[in-house]
Design a protein around this ligand. Structure first.
Ligand SMILES: [Zn+2]
Length: 155
């Protein structure tokens, strides 16, 4: 049995204008404006992981999503039960927000799927609504301290 706090999550980010980012070993990628939906898993606790994603300062750029997060606006995050794994959830999320996995293999270093970031055709708000309709539970930002220096110690 997985711990009750383990599971899957989705983070929705938004870019108002195009940005060129160097994404670790993936190199330089130009991201068009729009909503981006990132799917991840955190066996050790979804809320803590999402808090780390939300924080923009005081952390090392470790995952692909960290590079995008550094330049994108935070829209929201949702938690999903882990039935089928993050790759399947990414596929379902792509269907829900009308998009596709892009850039290829983003966030998918540990698996063989197309990628865990979806470039959504939906607006950020509509992407959130679609993900909630898929059964995602909104993570309440108030439950976790996203800003304290404590985050730096935890991660
Ligand atoms: Zn995958």
């Amino acid at each position: 049995m997985k711990s009750a706090s383990g599971g899957l999550y989705v983070v929705v980010l938004s870019l108002r204008r195009a940005v060129a980012l160097r994404v670790g070993a993936m190199g330089r990628i130009v991201f068009a404006p729009g909503a981006y939906v990132y799917v991840g898993s955190a066996a050790g606790g979804v809320e803590r992981r999402v808090a780390r994603h939300k924080a923009v300062s005081g952390k090392k750029l470790r995952w692909h999503i960290d590079y995008l997060r550094a330049r994108a606006s935070w829209v929201g995050a949702l938690m999903f039960p882990n039935d089928g794994g993050e790759c399947l959830l990414a596929q379902k999320a792509a269907g829900a927000v009308g998009g596709a996995a892009w850039p290829a293999r983003f966030g998918a270093s540990d698996c063989r799927c197309e990628g865990h970031l979806i470039a959504a055709e939906a607006t950020p708000d509509k992407a959130m609504t679609a993900l909630m309709a898929m059964g995602g539970a909104m993570l309440a930002p108030g439950k976790t301290d996203f800003t304290s220096g404590g985050l730096r110690r935890q991660w």
